[in-house]
Design a binder for this molecule. Sequence first.
Ligand code: AKG
Ligand code: FE2
Length: 311
Amino acid sequence: MGTSLLLPIIDLSSPEKISTAQLIRQACLEHGFFYVKNHGISEELVERVFKESKGFFNLPLEEKMALLRRDLLGYTPLYAEKLDSSLSSIGDSKESFYFGSLEGVLAQHYPNQWPSEGLLPSWRQTMECYYKNVLSVGGKLLGLIALALDLDEDFFEKVGALNDPAAVVRLLRYPGEVISSDVETYGASAHSDYGMVTLLLTDGVPGLQVCRDKSKQPHIWEDVPAIKGAFIVNIGDMMERWTNGLFRSTLHRVMPVGKERYSVVFFLDPNPDCNVKCLESCCSETCPPRFPPILAGDYIKERFRLTYATS
Ligand SMILES: O=C(O)CCC(=O)C(=O)O
Ligand SMILES: [Fe+2]
């Protein structure tokens, strides 16, 4: 493994919103990655989520295949996805399960697929509870990110991003053993996340690495160790577009370390009808917008198409 990166730690319970927002600003300018502690989600709930996730991935393959991903939600088997579509290797060495909105228009259009209660009796209840909790943490964080950009705290509500947001939990399992192949395989190949902000929990097994300067070759990869109880948070590409590249959506990947690894990712993406366009405070005559305005739904659709096109 490479060198470990000491990322800033944000205390979400701090009553000092302005100074917390300042710390977030610094973290987003420098790394696009930071830790969030004291977020209010109990350790007990997190343990239950990991336990239920293991229960699901331990099911026979045919049970998991019965929940194969449809309209973005459900099970993706090993090697189904290639996050770095430029690679010639087989897909990434991981299996996953996505679930999303519990209520609202998106929940109606994209209904969740749940494992049967007969197989995993407390699964749905645990996952729904986690979804509600992590969505609330994500909303709080976006308020601070808005403050960090000198915007009103409810900016992302006002532009419609959080009105029925496209928020998704993704359970991941990386197998310990990797198939032998002539080309290098990854747990998750190099990518940046697509949305606004991502909140990640891992079981402590290493493997996550970030590349702080994607424009510099060769890429330099640094390890991001887990901190027990804290989220690893990173900025996504749509936030980078909103901020004209001021807030960084940092390249990251998961390397296989010869040990099974579980993680739980929460992607907080804007409502599909939200128009993501450069913030006025982030552009000027000398620094014009680098990205044209785009509807969040169109942007996400295209990114998913590229990720799954080559599998
Ligand atoms: O599993 C991890 O630690 C990171 C996963 C990730 O980056 C992703 O799914 O976008
Ligand atoms: Fe990611």
